[in-house]
Design a protein around this ligand. Structure first.
Ligand code: NAD
Length: 341
């Protein structure tokens, strides 16, 4: 049986826990045997809801040990997997500690807040020979997976243009507002926009250069509104926008529009539409399982069957960080075109 140590019982930690429990019920030889969170009231079931409702707030926390100190948990228990759902500034350090103890690590996005930290994580992965995966969940989200298959199969020809959007309320649920503060989250660029940066990287590979405009809106935060153009040698027009300052009844939205030579795909308000150049558009039949469930299942199966992590490898998510760094440099320079190393 694989023993999992879950680090973080906030919004995303509970999402992961819900999905490990589901896998266990489905007969996978896996169990969360310990949970660490420094905020003790989480162990009493006192939570604040996040931006996507599918974690179970009424989750049963019995049957596993509870820790408020990560080092103590690592010292006292044996694990096969450490799952890190922590503020982003802690990802690198916690990943390296677990991997240096010979433990596989599933770490939430963003991989880290700099490529230097990301490289340290990859060095630890290589030293340990264990599997590191970064939970870039869109790579497992059924509608985005359909898009990836459409791009890779070439069934509608080449991509002519692509636009991605993501936005919602300022994130108000996190511990000590870590997600708002730039030093702990990297601002909206590393926290929210990183999903679409990673999607651009996954679909089209590293762009030649980027040009980014950004604004700070939320006090103490940065990059709350971002608009980026990605330059590719084949001249496809690729852009993305992110806005985490949308208030009132906006809620949360992620969307894309990708135009191919012989059709287009639209994802808006949680509905995917496939519009061939000729004939009627349709709503494709995609998996009803959440991206979170599919991502964790993929990782667990990779460990159980000793398969390589191909879908969200650490080397590839490091490229996502390199694009993020170029976007930050471009934003500082007022939208200047910045080449990506
Ligand atoms: N993929 C997605 O859709 C998505 C959505 C939200 C968050 N996330 C990611 O999940 C991670 C966690 O975000 P969240 O929304 O759950 O935040 P959160 O604030 O709800 O949870 C973080 C938890 O970490 C605990 N914590 C903080 N410092 C700690 C420490 N030193 N030791 C032990 N516990 C500590 C806090 O008490 C809190 O319970 C982040 O990396 C974030 O980027 C991903």
């Amino acid at each position: 049986m694989l023993k999992v140590g879950l680090v973080g019982l906030g919004f995303m930690g509970r999402m992961h826990l819900t999905n490990y429990r589901r896998l266990e019920q489905e007969g996978f030889p896996i169990r969360v045997t310990a949970i660490c969170d420094l905020d003790e009231k989480k162990f009493r079931g006192i939570f604040i809801e996040g931006n996507i409702q599918s974690a179970d707030s009424g989750i049963d926390l019995s049957g596993c040990s509870h820790y408020t100190d990560y080092d103590k948990m690592l010292a006292e228990e044996e694990f096969d997997i450490i799952d890190i759902a922590m503020p982003s500034n802690l990802h690198a350090e916690m990943t390296v500690k677990a991997m240096d103890r010979g433990i596989h690590v599933l770490c939430e996005k963003p991989m880290a807040l700099s490529t230097a930290e990301g490289r340290r994580m990859i060095e630890a992965e290589k030293r340990s020979g264990k599997k590191l995966m970064i939970a870039q969940v869109l790579r497992f989200w059924p509608e985005y997976e359909y898009l990836k298959e459409t791009v890779d199969s070439g069934r509608y020809g080449q991509v002519l243009s692509a636009h991605f959007f993501r936005g919602g309320h300022p994130p108000k649920w996190t511990y000590n507002d870590w997600m708002i503060r730039t030093e702990t989250s990297g601002g909206g660029l590393y926290d929210l926009h990183i999903h679409d940066i990673d999607m651009v990287n996954w679909l089209f590979g590293k762009p030649q250069s980027v040009s980014t405009l950004a604004r700070d809106v939320i006090p103490g935060s940065s990059y709350d509104i971002i608009s980026t153009n990605y330059v590719y040698p084949d001249r496809k027009i690729v852009s993305s926008q992110c806005d985490r300052s949308l208030t009132g009844e906006f809620g949360f939205e992620m969307s894309f529009r990708v135009n191919f030579e012989r059709g287009n795909l639209l994802f808006e308000k949680r509905v995917l539409r496939d519009n061939p150049m000729e004939g009627k558009g349709f709503v494709p039949d995609v998996s009803k399982d959440s991206g979170y469930y599919r991502e964790i299942k993929y990782y667990v199966e990779a460990i159980l069957h000793n398969r390589p992590i191909e879908r969200a490898s650490s080397e590839d998510t490091l490229r996502t960080l390199a694009i993020a760094e170029a976007e930050a440099r471009s934003a500082t320079a007022g939208g200047a075109i910045v080449d990506i190393a």
